[in-house]
Design a protein around this ligand. Structure first.
Ligand SMILES: [Zn+2]
Length: 425
């Protein structure tokens, strides 16, 4: 800034403002190492939210916007609707937050245009240009050269305890940032399960119609000969026998029982949903929604299900029907604060077992250990059936083909006990 003698005095404004965000993801929920888990007593497993894998956000899409004009400030190419993605996770060494293993993401510093007064984020499914609904952490950018914002991902019910243990001075109001005590130009906010609920896109019936239009599916009718072959025959187009059974499916109708389940319920108990159009029973395991429920004070099962892409359910059900599977067990769908970005985005579901009653094939999707990882599927009847399911899914255009993980083929950590299916965006 040019100054000269005898010029009038005026308020100094720093115009080149830079803001950087650091996100500290929810910790591994381990009662032995985390004081917070002891808030409810060491043995109260029901309250644990993050049970087997610490949260992280690698590849999660986001944009930074001018909160008043909604213009995208970052990434700069976002004029064409693009998003940025969270950088790779970094272990938070010697975690000073007193709560065990956490991953951390440091976003690149962003230059704030002079005319921008307030900024906000859109993250996860809400970052996409076609439905940016929720402004995360709308905040007036201070007149400081560099402001640093610390976002702590925490369970809703331990925010006060977290603030006390870390001498943060206060619990910020929902979806807001406050100044850190005793540090200049540093701010913090809490990303809890209640906020994740508001961020995450809720799939409507209109979304189901758009993403999963009605269509006809076909399969090889079971005969005694076909039955003994179906594990290998019906997986790929051009398998043995011509399709001879057809079914017209209106997916908004077929999936309706799933999206209606668990209204007003925060129960951890297992439950089943009958998808009558396809003759398939979907069994949700006990604690399948534990992370969604325990990271928030109010999330219901129905709200968690409605944040799960219909393409994920439709793809798995379509493959199951084609393979004459009657029962599917799922252990997870949308969950905001556990593991990778895929379930946070609502595009991942986990299949733990399936039954084909007509052929008396029951398969628990679980390997024997490390020696099975990235090996071919077992040559048993059940192994062939699982291989056929994998083939169906990886050839389905509504599935992200490179993101179907199993305890055998295409194993990545931690998939020893389920098949993870990622829906296409
Ligand atoms: Zn998964």
């Amino acid at each position: 800034m040019v100054t000269a003698q005898n010029t009038p005095t005026y308020d100094v404004t720093i115009t080149d403002r830079v803001v950087s965000f650091v996100v500290y993801c929810a910790p591994l929920d381990d009662a032995h190492n985390i004081p917070f888990a002891n808030v409810f007593g060491n043995t109260d497993v029901a309250h644990r939210a993050v049970t087997d894998s610490a949260s992280y956000l690698s590849t999660l899409p986001y944009v930074v916007i001018d909160a008043d004009t909604e213009k995208v400030l970052f990434p700069v190419q976002a004029a064409t609707g693009g998003t940025q993605t969270f950088p790779a996770r970094v272990a938070l060494e010697n975690n000073a937050l007193h709560d065990g293993k956490r991953w951390k993401h440091s976003l690149p510093a962003i230059h704030i245009p002079d005319e921008t007064r307030r900024i906000a984020l859109h993250i996860a499914n809400d970052a996409y240009a076609d439905h940016r609904n929720f402004k995360l952490f709308s905040w007036s950018v201070p007149d400081a050269a560099h402001s640093k914002v610390h976002i702590y991902e925490v369970r809703a019910d331990v925010k006060s305890e977290f603030a006390r243990l870390n001498t943060l001075g206060q619990v910020p109001a929902d979806n807001s940032l406050v100044e850190k005590p005793n540090v200049q130009n540093q701010y913090f906010g809490f990303l809890d399960g209640d906020l994740w609920l508001r961020i995450s896109h809720e799939f409507t019936t209109a979304d189901i119609r758009r993403l999963c239009p009605p269509g006809t599916i076909s399969r090889t009718r079971l005969t005694s000969a076909a039955a003994s072959q179906s594990g290998v025959a019906s997986g790929t187009p051009g398998g043995l026998g011509a399709p001879d059974e057809q079914l017209h499916v209106d997916w908004s109708v077929a999936l309706a029982p799933i999206y209606a389940a668990g209204q007003d319920s925060r129960s951890m108990n297992a439950f089943s949903v009958i998808v009558s159009q396809l003759g398939i029973t979907v069994h949700f395991a006990a604690r399948a929604f534990a992370n969604a429920i325990n990271s928030s004070a109010r999330t219901t099962i129905q709200q968690a299900l409605s944040r799960t892409s219909p393409r994920a359910f439709a793809a798995v059900l379509r493959a199951a029907w084609r393979l004459h599977i009657d029962t599917l067990d799922l252990s997870s769908s949308w969950r905001p604060m556990l593991g990778s970005s895929l379930h946070k985005m609502g595009i991942g579901i986990d299949v733990t077992r399936f039954d084909d009653d007509a052929e008396s094939i029951q398969v628990a999707i679980r390997n024997q250990g490390a020696q099975d990882r990235n090996q071919p599927f077992p040559s048993t009847v059940g192994g062939r059936k699982l291989g056929a399911l994998y083939e169906e899914l990886t050839h389905d255009t509504q599935v992200a083909a490179t993101q179907v993980f199993t305890p055998w083929v295409h194993w990545v950590e931690p998939h020893d006990t389920h098949m993870h299916v990622t829906a296409a965006r």
